[in-house]
Design a protein around this ligand. Structure first.
Ligand code: MLT
Length: 407
């Protein structure tokens, strides 16, 4: 399939418009008010993927304000739907429902129904919908989190003067101002959490086109379903344990393992535990990847986040075990010989960092993934329509055809 914003090399990992994660970290603007401490903003990445040009600080600032203006309210009907969902409904189901409901205000869909636009104009309305969808995600995410942990009562407020990730953090109740700060975090910890959201959302935006969420968005969009319907379908795929839900499995695994070993520092015990898992035909979650054959550079970026904050993470047994596993598991898996890629992928680090800061509802991690993943596939959807790509319609064959082909 054609996919322009990102490419995935088995050895080098993900590249965004040809740039590695570290190059993006050096090039893409962060929040200027944090004077060099900020991770690059997902808004910078959105600009970069959409245009192929590295934005200036001013251009990023303009896009930050644009998204905040568009995203300061959810449509009333979406809010009503979200308020009335069972509070214990799966967070990804809530996200898919919320996004699909917004198709009521799709500009593309309205124009298409009117029959007033030609093929050459489709992309402009898809672009407007894409930006509106992305900008709605902080409020929608906050609504889902407050539904599952706070009986629907807001945990923070939307600040139209701040960036998209800050508002996600704030609506999760995790910023020093604008939030209830139920975790009682210090100002520095709150700033670190906002930067974790920026980093996580900045590097999960896309993983070339073939992953389930990106491919689904592209496939559904190819039928000229609007961006809300297309991306809510992508979200349904992201909810699968072999895709976005994997980070949850890792957290469970690390917590259980820590309860059975004396210390994450005890390499021999870690190794023995991993062999026990493999011998009982279970998998080690967070290791291996369908395409990658080297450690996932997204994992390495999350690890650098931890290394830069050694004091913060020193007492967290789960984070320490995650680090130890990344040294021990590749050797064990290589010796075991059944995996093509014995290295850690991004899931082995991401969930446990959210867990560290107090996000304990494991099913919810994938909603934050869903915020990030909107950026790549929706950018591609704009380009799909600009380039007039056709409906995706693979030919299928039945078993008899396969038999005769084999013969
Ligand atoms: C992703 O980020 O989409 C995952 O690593 C899965 C994949 O690339 O297939």
């Amino acid at each position: 399939m054609f996919w322009d914003g990102t490419t995935l090399d088995p050895q080098e990992g993900i590249k965004f418009r040809g740039k590695t994660i570290q190059e993006c970290q050096n090039l893409l603007p962060g929040d200027p008010r944090e004077k060099g401490k900020s991770e690059f903003l997902p808004e910078s990445m959105l600009w970069f993927l959409m245009t192929g040009q590295v934005p200036t600080v001013q251009q990023t600032g303009g896009l930050v304000r644009e998204l905040a203006q568009r995203g300061k309210n959810l449509p009333v009907y979406t809010e009503r739907i979200m308020d009335n969902l069972p509070k214990d409904m799966h967070p990804m189901t809530q996200l898919a429902i919320g996004l699909a409901s917004m198709n009521k205000s799709s500009l593309f869909s309205a124009k298409y129904q009117e029959g007033t636009i030609g093929k050459g104009d489709y992309w402009e309305y898809v672009y407007e919908d894409a930006l509106n969808l992305i900008s709605a995600l902080p409020l929608l995410t906050g609504k889902i989190y407050s539904n599952i942990v706070n009986d629907g009562e807001p945990l923070g407020q939307f600040n139209p003067d701040r960036d998209w990730s800050y508002n996600i953090a704030s609506l999760l109740g995790m910023t020093f101002r604008d939030s209830v700060n139920k975790q009682h975090m210090t100002a520095d910890q709150c700033e670190d959490f906002t930067n974790l959201v920026r980093l996580y959302c900045g590097i999960h935006v896309d993983h070339e086109g073939g992953n389930v969420s990106a491919h689904t968005t592209h496939l559904v969009g190819s039928a000229l379903s609007d961006p809300y319907l297309s991306y809510s379908s992508g979200i349904m795929g992201l909810a699968g344990p072999l895709h976005g839900l994997a980070a949850q499995e890792v957290v469970r695994f690390l917590v259980e393992m820590n309860s059975e070993i004396e210390s994450p520092e005890n390499e021999k015990q870690v190794e023995e535990y991993l062999w026990k898992i493999l011998k009982s035909n279970r998998v080690i979650p967070g290791y291996g990847h369908a395409v990658l054959r080297k450690p996932d550079p997204r994992f390495e970026a999350m690890l650098r986040f931890v290394e830069d904050r050694q004091q913060e993470f020193a007492q967290d047994k789960n984070v320490q075990l995650m680090k130890k596993m990344s040294q021990v598991a590749p050797k064990v898996l290589a010796k075991h010989g059944k995996t093509k890629n014995p290295f850690p992928n991004v899931d082995s680090a991401s969930g446990i960092l959210f867990h560290h800061y107090g996000i304990q509802e494991l099913l919810f991690f994938t909603v934050i993934f869903g915020c990030s993943r909107s950026i790549g596939p929706l950018t591609q959807l704009v380009w799909d329509r600009a380039l007039g790509l056709p409906i995706e319609r693979p030919k299928s064959v039945d078993l008899n055809t396969i038999r005769s082909l084999c013969k």
